[in-house]
Write a protein that binds this ligand. Structure first.
Ligand SMILES: *[C@@H]1O[C@H](CO)[C@@H](O)[C@H](O)[C@H]1NC(C)=O
Ligand SMILES: *[C@@H]1O[C@H](CO)[C@@H](O)[C@H](O)[C@H]1NC(C)=O
Ligand SMILES: *[C@@H]1O[C@H](CO)[C@@H](O)[C@H](O)[C@H]1NC(C)=O
Ligand SMILES: *[C@@H]1O[C@H](CO)[C@@H](O)[C@H](O)[C@H]1NC(C)=O
Ligand SMILES: *[C@@H]1O[C@H](CO)[C@@H](O)[C@H](O)[C@H]1NC(C)=O
Ligand SMILES: *[C@@H]1O[C@H](CO)[C@@H](O)[C@H](O)[C@H]1NC(C)=O
Ligand SMILES: *[C@@H]1O[C@H](CO)[C@@H](O)[C@H](O)[C@H]1NC(C)=O
Length: 383
């Protein structure tokens, strides 16, 4: 396949302006094809233009992906594999680059595209979200949820597939909505390698219905960005006077300790004060109010140094520390009340006794009630 005359003519005009490259024709590659080689994977392939003169120059190729995600790079090879969501099609260009010492010349572009995957509008799933989890045995589980497309008939059945590297697998366990349409999928174990960094998980959801063609949907996820981190382990909290010492171990994960950060959630149960501290190590010390009781929870996430952040782990179980003086003072008040009540009773008894004597001595004296009331405030003020 030859390049049309028009771009070559333009190129000649351009090369004519550069003295060293005068007379050199740079021809576009030939037989450029796009092939879907796996779920959400395209093989771009082309051949060198047989008519291209090379002499002492180096030939490379410039590749430009136009959609779905723009990208441009150059390569000396004649094939290239890209991972991209293909449901809305794929479009790419390639051109020849001729490098002569300090001069670079390029051919016109050659463009190809893949059409969008077929299906009726609005039948694709929406709001897809996925979460992975590293299990105790070191396997990675995967859970995805989605909403049926607005235009998806009630009899739509959706099917989810994931691809990781060369492994593709259909979901074994679905959860359905009230019309029986699958809206959630769980893989208790996958081929996803928990220690990889920035590898892609491809999700492909297609479907079938008697009433409409269901348009497939694809999405790529960075495996580290959708990992729900495990809870920190073996948390130990101790108190030394007014210092709280906390220690824990990193969550179950193939990553090193330096790859985690933590949030330490401290509630002073006496004052109600809440504090969330960001901590980048596995232990720390904090000055607290020794007369308060505290509740403590910790959660973990990857830090940005090692990889894309995941989702925060759940909070650990609540740990309580400290003697709440509030409890003590309640006990104290109760004791005081008991004491004062007995005192009052005793007083009343004594007063009654005295009254009895007095009434015998001076029968008409009135208003004993004042004497009954008075002891109370005095009694309370004593403590
Ligand atoms: C490249 O080399 C061929 C012979 O090998 C020669 O005929 C041609 O003119 C050369 N072209 C350039 C641009 O140097
Ligand atoms: C391009 O493809 C055609 C037809 O498939 C084939 O005959 C030709 O040899 C190919 N050209 C190159 C350079 O591979
Ligand atoms: C290639 O380069 C060498 C020196 O770098 C030069 O001697 C030779 O003539 C060049 N050949 C062509 C075809 O330009
Ligand atoms: C689905 O996503 C859209 C746009 O991203 C958002 O507006 C909507 O609230 C989401 N629906 C649900 C139920 O999450
Ligand atoms: C977890 O992975 C191991 C191999 O690493 C495998 O033997 C085991 O069956 C997996 N566990 C589950 C629950 O799939
Ligand atoms: C869904 O996609 C898978 C994987 O590409 C394919 O094997 C299957 O036939 C498709 N199902 C429907 C109903 O399109
Ligand atoms: C947690 O502590 C227990 C006992 O104290 C110990 O057996 C276990 O190995 C610890 N866990 C980790 C991850 O070190």
């Amino acid at each position: 396949m030859n390049a049309s005359g028009m771009p070559v003519f333009l190129l000649l005009l351009w090369t004519a302006n550069t003295p060293q490259g005068a007379g050199v024709q740079v021809l576009p590659p030939v037989n450029f094809t796009l092939t879907v080689s796996a779920l959400a994977q395209v093989l771009l392939h082309w051949e060198p233009n047989p008519a291209q003169e090379q002499n002492n120059s180096t030939i490379r190729y410039d590749v430009k992906i136009l959609s779905p995600v723009p990208e441009e790079y150059d390569t000396e090879r004649t094939r290239s594999v890209r991972t991209a969501a293909l449901h809305n099609g794929f479009c790419a260009r390639v051109r020849t680059l001729l490098l002569q010492e300090h001069l670079q010349m390029s051919s016109p572009w050659l463009e190809r595209n893949l059409p969008p995957l077929p299906g009726a509008p609005e039948t694709s799933v929406t709001n897809l979200s996925c979460v992975t989890h590293v299990t105790i045995s070191g396997n990675v589980s995967l859970r995805c949820t989605w909403l049926p497309g607005q235009g998806a008939p009630e009899d739509t059945k959706y099917f989810l597939f994931y691809r990781y590297e060369t492994h593709t697998e259909e979901c074994p366990t679905y959860t359905k909505d009230k019309w029986g349409r699958n809206t959630e999928c769980r893989f208790s174990s996958t081929q996803i390698k928990p220690g990889e960094i920035d590898s892609l998980i491809v999700i492909h959801i297609n479907g079938s219905s008697k009433r409409a063609a269901i348009k497939p949907f694809q999405q790529l996820f960075n495996q580290n960005a959708i990992e729900k981190v495990n809870i920190p382990r073996n948390i130990s909290i101790s108190l030394e006077q007014n210092d709280l010492l906390a220690m824990w171990e990193k969550p179950i994960s193939p990553f090193h300790e330096e790859c985690f950060e933590y949030e330490f959630y401290l509630i002073n149960l006496k004052s109600g004060n809440k504090q969330i501290l960001k901590i980048s190590s596995n232990s720390f010390q904090l000055r607290i109010d020794g007369s308060s009781r505290y509740s403590i929870r910790i959660r973990a996430n990857h830090n940005h140094i090692c990889r894309a952040r995941g989702f925060w782990s759940d909070w650990s179980e609540i740990i309580y520390v400290g003697q709440n003086k509030l409890d003590n003072s309640i006990a104290w008040i109760v004791t005081l009340l008991c004491v004062s009540t007995s005192c009052t009773l005793l007083l009343v008894a004594i007063i009654c006794q005295i009254n009895h004597v007095w009434s015998k001595l001076f029968p008409p004296i009135p208003a004993p009630s004042n004497k009954f009331r008075d002891p109370f405030p005095i009694d309370y003020e004593v403590k």
